[in-house]
Design a protein around this ligand. Structure first.
Ligand code: MEV
Length: 315
């Protein structure tokens, strides 16, 4: 049996502006997807603990242990097809909620590539895994997907991403993630923002510029652990994303609960918006107070430590 795991991610600053070439700042977090590979001569099985409904399946040539667990399997199927692999039993387990903007699919693809590379003796390097994973994720998502998620799942740590990817050496942060559990459509949110930009370039470009400055300044603030100022930047970035039209009532309710009773130093939506998650930086009252506030506001809550290790063999 061969086991590999890869981390999920959060976008800390710069979502949407990154689509127009402005560098964004993302980090791998300590929620992981694990993929186990065993030989199954003459068969092909994919088993998963992810209970998500509503996805279609077209590539799988084997048995599903749960008919509803199609999310992970379509990504694993694409990896198997890419590598021409068969005669295997693949088990996928993940701590990362799917469809939340936390890089679940990228982590599954990267962990699957690493586990299969080791099991089949393919000797793929990290750079090859990142490139292949990005191509596979994009093809399953019909052309959508920045290199951020697959690069963070592969290399871990913090990355600054624009047309290229730059690794940054920064200390970890203990964040609290509040999930609205409202599904969102990343393509729809990107199109909405880009259409706003096309109609009001003189207004939207400066907003992208301000988001870029925030993403840049945040690097220094994280390095120096100037957390109060970092929280302030999270609040400004959230306001700018609201201005771009990707906020929702539910996301804002979580943001205000985090900053209010939760005592957070700052809070913002993370990812495409329109649903999904917020991230909050605990204040002196600590993570547990923040967690209670977010739960009371209706969120599913995760604690996420940034700067986590990338793909590795083992759990
Ligand atoms: C989506 O998670 C983040 C966006 O900036 C899109 C992207 O970077 O691919 C909206």
């Amino acid at each position: 049996m061969t086991l590999a795991s890869a981390p999920g991610k959060v976008i800390l600053f710069g979502e949407h502006a990154v689509v127009s070439g402005i560098p964004a700042l993302g980090s791998a977090v300590d929620l992981r997807a694990r993929v186990m590979v065993e030989d199954l001569p003459g068969g092909l099985e994919i088993e998963t603990n992810l209970p998500l409904k509503g996805f279609s399946l077209d590539l799988l040539a084997g048995r599903l242990s749960s008919k509803e667990a199609l999310y992970a399997t379509r990504y694993v199927s694409a990896v198997l097809e890419e590598l021409g692999a068969t005669g295997l039993h693949i088990k996928v387990e993940s701590d990362i909620p799917p469809g939340a903007g936390l890089g679940s699919s990228a982590a599954i693809v990267v962990a699957a590539l690493a586990a299969l590379s080791s099991h089949l003796g393919l000797g793929l390097s990290r750079v090859e895994i990142a490139a292949l994973a990005h191509r596979i994720e994009k093809s399953v998502q019909k052309g959508l997907g920045s290199p951020m998620d697959t690069a963070l799942a592969t290399f871990g740590g913090y990355l600054q991403v624009s047309s290229c990817v730059r690794e940054l050496d920064l200390p970890p942060l203990a964040l609290v993630v509040g999930h609205t559990e409202i599904p969102h459509d990343t393509r729809h949110e990107i199109d909405k923002v880009q259409s706003l930009r096309a109609r009001h370039p003189d207004l939207v470009e400066p907003i992208f510029g301000a988001i870029g400055l925030i993403a840049e300044r945040a690097v220094y603030l994280i390095k120096e652990l100037k957390l109060a100022e970092l929280g302030e930047l999270m609040n400004i970035n959230h306001g700018l994303l609201e201005a771009l039209g990707v906020g929702t009532k539910e996301l804002s309710e979580l943001v205000y609960a985090a900053r209010g009773v939760g005592g957070a130093l700052g809070a913002k939506l993370t990812g495409a918006g329109g649903g999904g998650c917020i991230i909050a930086l605990p204040g002196p009252a600590g993570g547990p107070t923040l967690e209670i506030a977010l739960r009371q506001a209706g969120a599913r809550v995760f604690h996420a430590r940034t700067g986590s290790e990338g793909v590795r063999l083992g759990a």
